[in-house]
Design a protein around this ligand. Structure first.
Ligand code: SAM
Length: 472
């Protein structure tokens, strides 16, 4: 691989004795990684189910290496959202931000969703994930991945970080800042990045990285935690960004990251940070630093209070969510059109909490804890249930993906080996044998896991699989 000369000089200075080992590691093939979607399956369950072999990634609890030839993206379980293909080191940031069910979580630079889907999975359906990316086109891919992962309690925005910070001061319990960077850690996977480095070296990124980290501090509640990560090696984009932030914010401190034997400590005055080097472990280059904001003076505003139903009124007003609720015209389940209510009764999802919205013939469910802030541009708020046309309800692809295994009264269950499964994923009409349901709608499943919808029409199933998601 041809590396820019200037880059080699910098890496020699950074790595000293380890430089040769680093260079040698670039000749090894990059590892392929698959992360199990904990919302849909336990790692053991997936290990039993897939026809290819997987080997545990030792610093995560749900990540696996696979051989390139296994082609897991060409298996129906991929379409069922059972796993996400992700570079092994890139699994680390979401695994080291201690997200718990009930948290309010922000992923500030989230597209295409490799980390947001894991953060959402960790919430276990409780709390709220706001997944943002400045790029609207990339945020569309993010939305699709969150839908595929079956995460109902999230919103997607395409906002500038300073606008988010204005709208959501001291609002989030956990924030991930997976910053845009010069990508030095990815040269082995993508040689084009090495060429791009010369046009946009590390100094190009430091300013935006500092800005992102600064905005995140503003949005973090007292006692909250944020994790800053990049896939690059330069000190300017890593330690220097964090040490600058700590100097400006005495309320912030660096805290140790859950250890793994292959991790190297951060350089200089930031030993709490983690560096991942390809010559020390089987993954690409990464950096992560975990930071904590001090509790508010006068006592901790802690999570336990909120989880017991105490809402932090003043902060919520500052964040404007009450105003947003007043203007959004939320509905209770009883106020939904009858066709929607009747359909939801056929699912096993518990819609007892939260609120519903009807916007431009689309129905949404915002589970308890999902907030909207006035003035922000939302690509998605909560779970899109489906559309209502001429008093008829048509369920969405997102609703199918959010359901549990066979979570609908009217299932067509196919096996992964059945050729009909791929036919269905290609958008073809498939034969419907025997099974009935109280409505013509069928939830098409692969070995029990939902794939999408179909509608019974005599002995055939009309294909309602989302056209943009089809198997090509
Ligand atoms: N976290 C993502 C994942 O795991 O799939 C990868 C994020 S990628 C490293 C960085 C992202 O930051 C890009 O999608 C880019 O569009 C976004 N970005 C760049 N500048 C930004 C800004 N000022 N505010 C928010 N996002 C930004």
């Amino acid at each position: 691989m041809k590396l820019p000369e200037k880059y080699c000089e910098r890496m020699k200075r950074l790595l000293g004795d380890e430089y040769e080992a680093y260079l040698k590691s670039l000749e090894e093939p990059a590892a392929c990684g698959l992360r199990v979607n904990r919302r849909k399956a336990a790692p053991e369950e997936l290990l039993q189910a897939v026809p290819f072999s997987l080997e545990r990634i030792p610093w995560t609890d749900n990540g696996f290496y696979y051989e390139d030839a296994a082609a897991p993206a060409r298996h129906p379980y991929y379409y069922a959202g059972l796993y996400y293909l992700q570079e092994p080191s890139a699994m680390t940031p979401a695994s080291r931000l201690p997200v718990q069910p009930g948290d309010r979580v922000l992923d500030l630079c989230a597209a295409p969703g490799g980390k947001a889907t894991e953060l959402g999975g960790r919430l276990g359906g409780k709390g709220f994930l706001l997944a943002n990316d400045i790029s609207a086109s990339r945020a569309k891919a993010l939305l699709k991945n969150l839908e595929m992962a079956g995460i109902p309690n999230c919103c997607v925005t395409a906002e500038r970080p300073e606008r988010l910070a204005e709208a959501c001061p001291e609002y989030f319990d956990k924030i991930l800042v997976d910053a845009p960077c010069s990508g030095e850690g990815m040269f082995r996977r993508d040689a084009k990045m090495a060429a791009r480095w010369e046009e946009a070296p590390p100094e190009t990124y430091s300013e935006v990285q500092r800005h992102l980290a600064e905005c995140a501090v503003r949005m973090l509640r007292p006692g909250g935690m944020m994790l800053y990560s990049t896939c690059t090696f330069s000190r300017e984009e890593n330690e220097e960004v964090i040490l600058g932030l700590l100097a400006d914010h005495p309320e912030m401190e660096a805290v140790p990251v859950a250890p793994f034997s292959g991790f190297a400590p951060g350089f200089g005055d930031l030993p709490e940070a983690v560096r991942i080097f390809p010559h020390r472990m089987h993954g690409e280059g990464h950096f992560l630093a975990l930071l904590r904001k001090a509790d508010a003076v006068g006592g901790p505003e802690n999570m336990a209070e909120r989880k017991e139903g105490f809402r932090v009124g003043d902060r919520r007003k500052a964040a404007g969510t009450d105003d947003a609720r007043r203007t959004e015209k939320a509905l209770s389940k009883e106020q939904l059109p009858e066709a929607v209510r009747d359909f939801l009764k056929l699912t096993t999802l518990d819609f007892s909490g939260g609120r519903f919205l009807l916007e431009r013939e689309q129905a949404y469910w915002l589970p308890e804890g999902v907030d909207r802030h006035p003035g922000l541009r939302y690509l998605r708020s909560g779970l899109l249930l489906g559309s209502i046309r001429k008093e008829r309800f048509e369920p969405s692809q997102a609703l199918a993906m959010a359901l549990e295994r066979e979570g609908f009264d009217g299932v067509l269950n196919l096996s992964a080996e059945d050729p009909l499964t791929v036919k269905y994923l290609k958008g073809e009409t498939i034969p419907l044998s025997g099974n009935a349901g109280p409505s013509p709608w069928r939830l098409v499943c692969v070995d029990g896991w939902p794939l999408g919808w179909g509608k019974a029409s005599g002995a055939a199933l009309k294909n309602k699989y989302s056209p943009g998601w089809r198997w090509m």
